[in-house]
Design a protein. Structure first.
Ligand code: ZN
Length: 87
């Protein structure tokens, strides 16, 4: 029997390594790991799940929040699949 933790996926904004857009990224905890994926191009990678993970993504989000002044289009990133380029 598998003991499944019920964990909601976390969403945050970041620049995608693959499609190079600023997009909504999803983090889904899977046991000891988490799947980090771009909701635009579906690029995905496995990362270790640790206590720092929430803080890491919070700081990424804070970084983009600060960029919003320069790039108001970042405010449009709200739902999975949303993406924007800042050029
Ligand atoms: Zn992408």
């Amino acid at each position: 029997m598998i003991n499944k933790r019920e964990v909601k996926p976390m969403l945050h904004r970041q620049k995608c390594k693959k499609c190079e857009f600023y997009t909504i990224y999803q983090v889904v905890p899977v046991g000891e790991k988490a799947i980090l994926s771009c909701t635009h191009c579906e690029y995905a990678e496995e990362i270790p799940w640790d206590r720092e993970i929430k803080a890491t993504f919070k700081s990424k989000e804070k970084f983009l929040k600060n960029l919003e002044e320069l790039y108001p289009e970042l405010q449009e990133l709200k739902n999975p699949g949303d993406h924007t380029s800042l050029d």
